[in-house]
Design a protein around this ligand. Structure first.
Ligand SMILES: [Zn+2]
Length: 275
């Protein structure tokens, strides 16, 4: 299944690497995906005007869920020399999902609830700018003791027939009370009860990587505390806007909303730019 996300024709198309302009190939990646560019003696990586360190020699680029189809330029610096590559962002590939909620106040919010959500979004949005030293390795570890296949990342959602934001994370079915585990070492950047996501924990793992765990029944950690990879941070529930007990896991990497399943357990399937 290696490279399963590559378009079949991708090897025939052009990838422009400045140091080797004759190579003909373009890598295709879905919005919400991740691209890897492995190499030796890579100092820095660059994307959209921002530079960041390589992880064990590899550059990892996070592609936001709402990136429009088209081309994206990625860079790296090796022994001080800049190299660039172009990847193709595919059209939005995710399904449409219709969800019916009995409680219409979770779809058509009262002005008090709207004000609450706005304030919560302000606190949550501040996390995307965190830039602390990296404390994680890839792949990340499982947020549940056994991880079922996760689903619904990116689905375009209609709640009671009204369009709402696409699903920014992956839902894992689990029983109420099951322990929820930190996917890597980090610090609790935010924890509490939120209108849509219910009992929620946000962990900062450094290098702009934030993991999120939603709809928790109980929280086992407080804001500001350091956690270790695999540590219990709460338990599965169905708090907030949820139709049943499950664990919602979200990942933001340098601000980009990405499919968490790409970095959990295995990174084998991630589209890779040839070194
Ligand atoms: Zn979810």
């Amino acid at each position: 299944m290696k490279r399963a996300l590559l378009a079949p024709a991708s090897f025939a198309l052009l990838i422009s690497i400045l140091s080797a302009p004759a190579v003909a190939e373009t890598l295709s990646v879905a919005p919400g995906g991740v691209v890897r560019w492995p190499g030796l003696e890579v100092d820095r990586c660059g994307q959209a005007g921002r530079t960041f360190a390589a992880v064990a020699g590899d550059c990892w680029y996070a592609i936001d869920l709402l990136t429009p189809a088209g081309e994206m330029r990625l860079s790296r610096w090796r022994r001080g020399q800049k190299e660039s590559a172009t990847v193709r962002i595919s059209a939005y590939p995710y399904e449409v999902q219709h969800i019916t909620l009995d409680d219409d106040s979770q779809v058509n919010l009262s002005s008090a609830d709207l004000a609450r959500v706005k304030e919560e979004n302000r606190r949550i949005g501040a996390l995307w700018a965190l830039d602390t030293p990296r404390r994680f390795d890839l792949p990340l570890s499982s947020p549940l003791e056994s991880l079922p296949s996760g689903g619904r990342f990116g689905s375009r959602r209609f709640f009671n027939n009204q369009p709402r934001s696409p699903h920014n994370g992956a839902d894992y079915s689990a029983a109420e009370g099951d322990p929820v585990l930190a996917v890597a070492d980090g610090r609790v950047a935010l924890a509490g009860d939120f209108f849509f996501s219910g009992g929620s924990v946000f962990l900062d793992h450094g290098d702009g990587l934030i993991s999120m765990y939603f709809h928790l029944q109980e929280l086992a950690v407080e804001q500001g505390r350091d956690v270790k990879r695999g540590e219990v941070i709460g338990s599965v529930g169905q708090t907030g806007r949820a139709t049943g007990p499950h664990l919602h896991v979200g990942l933001r990497w340098r601000g980009a909303r990405i499919d968490p399943s790409l970095l959990l357990a295995s990174t084998e399937q991630i589209p890779t730019i040839p070194d």
